[in-house]
Design a protein around this ligand. Structure first.
Ligand SMILES: [Zn+2]
Length: 473
């Protein structure tokens, strides 16, 4: 659909200037609100006190109400499939669009990862602390800064245009992203009408660096499962029968070795790759960021970023086998491993799983018996970059940062995006973020770069301001 901007270039320049002033004036309050959110230890994992996640939902709902632009602000929960348990509380705030303007669904999450060991933190994880240009604390970046990017950009829009603007908004702040979004699909179904948007902004990803914004256009999917390999009905003395019958360890080692070729590239037929250009990224940078040891080579083929963004990978992430300390001279009858595969954008996770299963059975050494269970999949995702919302977002990022955004892939996955696409196939999805390569989300000393944060808020304010002046969806 073609869309005609309603305002002249001069009018939009002055609207941008008003938004810039509002964002800059509001920044101290925005950071203070962010610090208040970080002080709430809203870890959503099952073993943690749910009252903190509830308190965090209350705090976010209070911020949403304080904007004075929503017709409704509610805290809602949905059931987790396969039981009577409810998911963690989410905040849902809505206002209807008027005068043919689009509706934007703004997503972030208010729950956080566990802090890990306090002694690995330079300052206490739930006491937000500024050192240099960065604000440290669990959730300071992932994703309470995403929450505040939405709140602050709406606040700026309300200040620049008055709270009576035409843009439709649905603010959806999830409470269990870090614990697998278990009630997410039900939540979408139950709140489908409230969540419907022409554009969906998911503020939970990364920027290229602290000076260069990014739009995330590709996310790998994942397939994980337990593989059990059996060769013997019971253990035997390795001196007695070793050399005549295969133990499960030998079969497992040989089987796992078939998953990669001599370059360390994935060697499973049927797992696909995507052909896409990637920005420059040197082997030195890879060595620096991963701690790759001198003398140890990288693995895979193609550009380094294509290996992370556009090709599959397979990692053995766990193994149940006799430990070294308890090793006896025994032929092990059975070994279990956890296999975690990342799937290239463009391939359905179920298809990738079948390719892996077929490969394992076809390569089982000595006719070893295989069993696969505990399968978990998440879909890969490719943003359709042809829509007008992506073009608007690129322009907003360029104007706020003074540099064009880089299209990036992400090696990990945000599986709930596949749910969003399934429930709202018409919506244009934008994956943006407040993080930078040093944010260390999920790790000790997580932090937010305050300059990046300001530019992220400004970009989103520009985007909302332009959508508010736009007719047509
Ligand atoms: Zn996150």
């Amino acid at each position: 659909m073609t869309v005609t901007p309603e305002t002249s270039p001069d009018a939009s320049a002055s609207a941008d200037a008003a938004l810039r002033t509002a964002v800059e004036d509001g920044l101290p309050a925005t950071i203070a609100d962010l610090c208040d959110l970080v002080r709430i230890p809203s870890v959503s994992w099952a073993a943690f006190d749910r009252s903190h996640v509830a308190a965090s939902a209350d705090a976010v709902a209070g911020l949403a109400r304080g904007l004075g632009v929503f017709e409704s602000v509610e805290i809602r929960q949905a059931g987790i499939p396969g039981g009577s348990e409810l998911g963690q509380p989410a905040v849902l705030a809505t206002r209807a669009a008027r005068n043919g303007r689009p509706t934007v669904l703004l997503y972030a999450h208010h729950d956080v990862q566990p802090p890990g060991h306090d002694e690995e933190w330079e300052s206490s994880p739930f006491e937000p602390t500024v050192r240099g240009d960065r604000l440290y604390g669990r959730g300071a970046a992932d994703d309470k800064a995403g929450v505040m990017a939405h709140i602050a950009s709406i606040r700026a829009l309300a200040q620049a245009e008055g709270p009576d603007f035409d843009l439709g908004l649905a603010l959806f702040i999830e409470g269990e992203e870090e614990f697998g979004s278990r009630s997410f699909a039900n939540f979408l179904e139950e709140n489908r009408d409230a969540l419907r948007g022409d554009v969906i902004v998911v503020a939970d990803s990364n920027n290229w660096d602290i000076d260069t914004p990014a739009i995330t256009t590709g996310l790998r999917g994942n397939v994980t499962f337990r593989l059990t390999v059996r060769t013997l009905a019971h253990a035997s003395h390795s001196g007695m029968f070793g050399g005549a019958v295969p133990d499960a360890m030998l079969a497992t080692i040989r089987l796992l070795a078939t998953l990669h070729d001599a370059d360390g590239a994935v060697a499973v037929a049927g797992l696909t790759s995507r052909d896409a250009a990637t920005p420059d990224y040197s082997e030195d940078q890879l060595r620096l960021e991963t701690g790759l040891l001198d003398g140890v080579a990288p693995i895979g083929r193609g550009t380094i970023l294509s290996r992370i963004w556009s090709q599959p990978s397979i990692t053995v992430t766990g193994i149940d086998a006799p430990s070294v300390a308890n090793a006896s001279n025994t032929l092990a009858p059975m070994i279990s491993v956890r296999i975690s595969a990342r799937i290239a954008p463009g391939q359905p996770a179920a298809e990738a799983y079948l390719a892996l299963e077929k490969h394992l059975h076809a390569n089982a050494p000595f006719g070893a018996a295989l069993e696969i269970d505990d399968v978990d999949t998440g879909e890969a995702f490719l943003v359709d970059t042809s829509g007008w919302a992506v073009a608007e977002a690129r322009q907003a990022l360029t104007d706020a940062w003074g540099v064009d955004p880089v299209d990036i892939g992400v090696g990990g996955s945000i599986p709930f995006i596949a749910d969003l696409v399934r429930v709202f196939p018409e919506a244009q999805i934008l994956v943006t973020g407040v993080e930078d390569p040093d944010s260390r989300a999920h790790s000790p000393n997580e932090s937010l770069h305050l300059g990046v944060f300001k530019r992220a808020v400004l970009s989103e304010a520009f985007l909302l301001g332009r959508l508010n002046r736009r007719t047509g969806r």
